[in-house]
Design a protein around this ligand. Structure first.
Ligand SMILES: [Zn+2]
Length: 346
């Protein structure tokens, strides 16, 4: 079997389900925001900023990541952040995306919740008008912050629930199991929101965290979740429930070298439902979804049929209405026929 070509991957209609908006902050936009706010970063070049980015595990990544947050202050800052990401991925044939945002990173610095959500909402609507890309927001809780803070954040979000399709859990996993947030996730489910959460790679107690996410907290997807491969009973459950795994080749490679070669193939061989995503492209050498798919292709020798199936998984896992889903799947089927590939019977 031949691996998919670059042009196939570029033209493939896509959905992205694992991207952190704050992680899409590119060095170029950092400088624009630094000038806007008179921040010392305005004197650095893009190359200087980029050369400071190196990480080898979750805490070293998070230290870098949090540094960029202080540039995001006004509604216009959040607008610019979100609009830039949507413009970029619309050019990569992303038809639909669910974007994580971390309100606590901002509210704890005194930025009102309303400022964040209003700026993001305006950008989403403008990008849809300008580029035809539909997007929704998934609100993440910061796991090293308290359960009370997550609850407070959910309360702040109540007037804006129509802007949010689901909730997630991210940041430093060590000592912060999903169970810590059982209450706020219950509130989210009661409010009709969807639920996902990060189970990052090779974390302490990772199998218990995956178990809690799947069995106790009603997680409908797993973000990363690669350690599922080591536990047959969790793997069986994930396969039977068709839990989508949002796999991100760039951090996989940075944190567990060789992961894309071995793990992506192992996930597919195990019959799991996977999607391919970028995670934090602004901090990860501008590896957006197209580049992430190329990395996955290079690692696991993915064929056009496999990438087509992966894209189909993302549209099927998206938290959208059935009418919208059919529209995307029709576009995907049309692309497949154009490429001379088989289209599965409806
Ligand atoms: Zn992530």
């Amino acid at each position: 079997m031949t691996s998919a070509s670059d042009t196939f991957i570029e033209a493939l209609p896509k959905a992205e389900l694992h991207v952190h908006l704050e992680g899409t902050l590119e060095p170029g936009l950092k400088i624009v925001l630094a000038r806007r706010h008179g921040h010392p970063l305005q004197n650095r070049t893009e190359e200087e900023i980029r050369s400071g980015y190196s990480f080898h595990d979750l805490p070293s990544f998070l230290a870098l990541y949090y540094e960029g947050m202080e540039l995001l202050n006004t509604e216009q800052d959040f607008y610019d952040l979100c609009y830039a990401y949507l413009k970029k991925v619309a050019s990569q044939n992303v038809l639909y995306t669910e974007m994580f945002f971390d309100p606590q990173l901002h509210t704890r610095r005194g930025v009102p919740f309303r400022t964040v959500i209003t700026g993001l909402g305006r950008a989403r609507r403008d990008a849809e008008k300008d580029f035809g890309i539909h997007s929704q927001l998934v609100m993440c809780f910061i796991r090293e912050m308290s359960a009370e803070s997550a609850d407070e954040t959910f309360t702040q979000a109540l007037p804006y629930l129509s802007e949010i399709v689901g909730v997630g859990l991210d940041s430093d996993e060590k000592g912060n199991p999903p169970a810590k947030f059982a209450h706020v996730f219950q509130r989210a489910r009661d409010a009709g929101l969807h639920v996902t959460m990060h189970c990052d790679i090779d974390q302490e107690n990772t199998h218990e965290h995956i178990r809690q996410a799947l069995e106790d907290l009603g997680s409908e997807r797993l973000d990363h979740g690669l350690n599922v491969l080591e536990k047959p009973e969790l793997l069986k459950q994930a396969r039977e429930r068709r839990i989508p795994f949002t796999v991100c080749p760039f951090p996989n490679m940075a944190i567990r070298p060789g992961s894309n070669e071995k793990d992506i193939r192992a996930l597919l061989d195990a019959g799991l439902t996977i999607t391919i995503n970028s995670d934090d492209p602004g901090y990860m050498q501008s590896v957006y979804i197209t580049e992430a798919m190329k990395m996955a292709r290079d690692g696991a020798q993915l064929t056009p049929e496999e990438l087509l199936a992966i894209s189909r998984n993302a549209f099927n896992a998206a938290w959208i209405g059935e009418g919208e889903r059919s529209t995307y799947l029709d576009r995907l089927d049309a692309f497949a026929r154009q490429q001379g590939l088989m289209v599965p019977a409806a």
